[in-house]
Design a protein. Sequence first.
Length: 239
Amino acid sequence: MTTRRVRARRGEGALLREEILRAAEGLLDESGSEDALTLRAVALRAGVSTPSVYLHFADKEALVEAVCLRVWGELGRMFSENLGGDPFLALGRCGRAYARFALDHPVQYRVLMMRATAGPGVPPAAAECFRHMVGAVSACVETRVLEGDPEELALGMWSAVHGCVSLLIAQPSFPWPRDREALIDHIIRVAGFGTAVYSRLPQTLPPSADVAAALDDFGARLAADAVKPRGDEPGGAGE
């Protein structure tokens, strides 16, 4: 469907840009692929000429990125909603929110987070993701459930969750477990507990039998503590 649009008056450039983005977003939602976002198709949907689109976006890549970034504010909102309370549990909730966001917006996530970047510097989408992750990890470092540099720790855990959702998006035909949420939960727990334990490991590990015995004892003590009444909410990195 196309609409005829009158020529924009002076000062209406921002309005025209928004109309172009809405038109592109509609095409993206309908097609499920960025391939549909040709400048000509977007111009036709918005009811403007193709040169009008070029006034606001240098090329298709710039338009596609701008459209995909429109949903990125939702990620920040989801992180904010899951912060608070015990920071380690909150970190787990944030990890699940991140995975849920990526799988709810697979096209946008693939465009912004799964393709090589053409320009210099860190892309805005990646910088935003990392900032949210570092914030959640920093709170865990303050309580010493995690030890180390928050940015280095966040990078490792972010890589784990990103790897999981990227595989789910890029390889939908793979025989994944029927319970996708359980898979995501498994990855997040491994990343969270693995990071917490790794920072406390000695450089030289004892024989595997001793490691297994120590981990059995550690797990038993955590299980005993978990049944004690406490005010923390469930669903974090440690649950």
